[in-house]
Design a binder for this molecule. Sequence first.
Ligand SMILES: [Zn+2]
Length: 258
Amino acid sequence: MKSLHFSGDRRKLLTGAGAIGVGSALVLALDACSTDSGGAAASETASAAPATDLKDLETAEEIWDALLEGNQRWAAGESVHPGTDVETRESLVEGQEPRAAVFTCIDSRVGPELVFDTGVGDLMVTRTAANTFDPLVSESVSYGPAALEAPLLVVLGHQKCGAVTAAHDALAAADAGEEVEEHEYALPEVVAALTPAYEAAKAESGDPIDAMIAANVLLTVQALKEHPNLAELVADGELTVVGAVYSLETGLVTEIEG
Ligand SMILES: [Zn+2]
């Protein structure tokens, strides 16, 4: 079972969970010249600075900062591909201790190890269309935090998500009284799973797909915080769940909060 892996002074990244309305979503734009722990970020030549080794990090805050540093390298075209050597691979033969779990979409443009410039053994990744989940999937998502003590879980939506777009179009057609069969490319189970996000995003202004993508991330974050395998870890401060959206255009990951 889990142990008290972390001291009590770990700062929670997310507080005041509860409201998940998209309207209150606070977008924390990533500053390319952030003064966060990373100093090494984009204003310098990232390729000249060694990547922070996630395996050395314990707190969710440190790990998230390191992932965002890696994302800035990726966005700048300066990935260093840490932990992809034979020595690292062999060092993990006897066991793994991924420092973060990532739950994201199957989209071929959103590979987490690339987007966060991480190596083998760093991330435990679960991917489904638009990060939709059911009991079987959520068990896999929770495995890293619950069984392997990964202190960070990232729910990562992405710009121009085809699954969200298809579900939106099918649900909007149904709202308009059109034949849903016209949108048969939308997978029925995925559409059903995304219906709460569609409903939550209805009241939002701006691009409806972007709003639905954000709503889906925030609803997923909330659901995972309440999952039976994770709720106690969250309550004890041993697991931080963050929501974020990836931009295909910029390559940057932006944290969002409800
Ligand atoms: Zn997608």
